[in-house]
Design a protein around this ligand. Structure first.
Ligand code: CP
Length: 318
């Protein structure tokens, strides 16, 4: 594997899951693979889980790691071609990217949707420039439209907890005060569509996702109806995708918050969220603290998804 930006890059998903569970049994069994190899992790946006789990995964594989927070201590980067650079950005991304590539063997990039230009976001302008100009394998640590390391960890978690071969998984929109990108729900939908699970998406009208990601999921606007019989409830907020409201918060209705009453409609479902989560907006204290909440094992599996992806990239370097 050269680059990792979406589920298709992994190849055979069942094989990738098998590798992930093999790594989970003994995460230090491949500690020679990354010897004398350097991972550069570049963050244009904040992170707790992605930063720690990816660095830990690289260390398990014997890699050295460098972390760069672009907005803290690095030169401010211009991203547009043709701009007369007489403002506050002294360096262009088109020089910075190949320079970064000189110091490492693999690059991880976090660059969220900016909600300034929908085409730029949905064409993954920043991530693709890293792929094009760095000369190194690049993997997404959450880009504008997808968060594949999170979705892979979500899938590993569902595989671990599922009680039937084909569980019902419901992704529900929930309210949030800020405009959040669609990367997590897009990506989760893409990965669920790559399984044979029963997959349902529920959200208020106006929050329809890009059909490319919705795929063959059932969309149900009645949240309670959607949750009936669910085995897994995956809560997430996202800002509107459809024009003219792209990137806007158009609903903050707390009737969509996941609470015990909603969970009672399910098949004793497990509650999932990628974290960080705003309590009593997305989910009540009672639900996230309940025995059915698996948000911590889900976060723990970020180390496994990152290590599986890094292992495949390192194997491709040889
Ligand atoms: N879920 C996730 O990606 O968490 P961070 O934003 O903290 O990395």
């Amino acid at each position: 594997m050269r680059n990792f930006t979406c589920v298709q890059d992994l190849g055979d998903l069942q094989q990738a899951l098998k590798e992930a569970f093999e790594i989970k049994k003994d995460r230090f069994q491949f500690s020679e693979l990354g010897k004398n190899k350097t991972l550069l992790m570049i963050f244009f946006n904040s992170s707790l889980r992605t930063r720690l789990s990816t660095q830990k995964a690289a260390m398990n594989l014997g890699m050295n790691t460098i972390v760069l927070d672009v907005n803290q201590g690095a030169w401010k980067l211009e991203t547009e071609r043709g701009v007369i650079m007489d403002g506050d950005k002294p360096e262009h991304l088109l020089e910075a990217i190949p320079v970064m590539g000189c110091y490492c063997d693999v690059i991880g990039v976090r660059s969220f949707a900016r909600f300034e230009n929908k085409a730029d976001d949905y064409n993954e302008k920043i991530l693709n420039q890293f792929i094009q100009y760095s000369g190194r394998p690049v993997f997404s640590m959450e880009a504008a439209t997808r968060h594949p390391l999170q979705s892979f960890a979500d899938l590993i978690t569902i595989e671990e907890y599922k009680k039937t071969a084909r569980p019902k998984v419901v992704m529900t929109w929930a309210p949030h005060p800020k405009a959040l990108p669609q990367a997590v729900p897009n990506s989760f939908a893409e990965w669920m569509n790559a399984t044979d699970y029963e997959f349902v998406i529920t959200h208020p009208e106006g929050y329809e996702l890009d059909p490319k990601f919705v795929g063959h999921a059932k969309v149900e606007y009645d949240q309670k109806k959607a949750l009936e019989g669910a085995d897994f409830v995956y809560a997430k907020n996202w800002a509107a995708y459809q024009d003219p409201n792209y990137g806007k918060v158009i609903n903050m209705d707390r009737n969509w918050t996941v609470d015990t009453e909603k969970m009672a409609l399910t098949n004793n479902a497990y509650f999932m969220h990628c974290l960080p989560v705003r309590r009593n907006m997305i989910v009540t204290d009672d639900v996230i603290e309940s025995p059915q909440s698996i948000v911590i094992p889900e976060a723990a599996n970020r180390e496994i998804s990152a290590q599986t992806v890094l292992k495949k990239i390192l194997e491709g370097l040889k």
